[in-house]
Design a protein around this ligand. Structure first.
Ligand code: SF4
Length: 139
């Protein structure tokens, strides 16, 4: 039936308008409205869930992508040289837990993020979601 919820979907919180980015801003995306029609969004910001503050120094993947971070062959380092790999991994695990507990089988993640990005250099949370069999889309 039209308008009937089709289930939950994990969504990068910044795409939903939460000011959780490293610079304290959001990345609200109007395309979400259509994508979320009839679905219940579960907002997650893996970097906040991993215990990082907002705002925070920008960080990047070093030595590989999110899959490599998860298997221990790459790191996440912020622009002050601080190793935030564990916070990124913890945030990815927390996001996955929320997907599991809410019944979400798919996620819509923010592009070009060391946590949420999918194409190019896949982020840590995106990699974990892919490995765990979730359908992953990026915006
Ligand atoms: S891209 Fe992901 S980790 Fe970065 S602010 Fe948005 S939700 Fe948080």
């Amino acid at each position: 039936m039209k308008g009937q919820p089709r289930g939950t979907v994990l969504v990068s919180a910044c795409l939903l308008g939460a000011p959780c980015r490293y610079d304290g801003r959001d990345k609200a995306n109007p395309s979400l409205k259509t994508l979320l029609e009839g679905r219940i969004p579960v907002p997650v910001c893996p970097e906040q869930l991993g215990g990082l503050p907002t705002p925070r120094p920008p960080a990047g993947l070093v030595g590989g992508d999110g899959f490599d971070v998860l298997n221990g062959t790459a790191k996440v380092i912020d622009d002050r040289g601080r190793d935030v790999t564990e916070q990124f991994k913890q945030g990815a695990r927390a996001a996955l837990l929320l997907a599991r507990s809410s019944g979400a089988r798919s996620c819509i993640l923010k592009a070009r993020s060391p946590s949420c990005g999918v194409r190019g250099l896949t982020g840590v949370t995106a990699a974990l979601c892919i490995l765990e069999g979730l359908e992953v889309l990026e915006l």
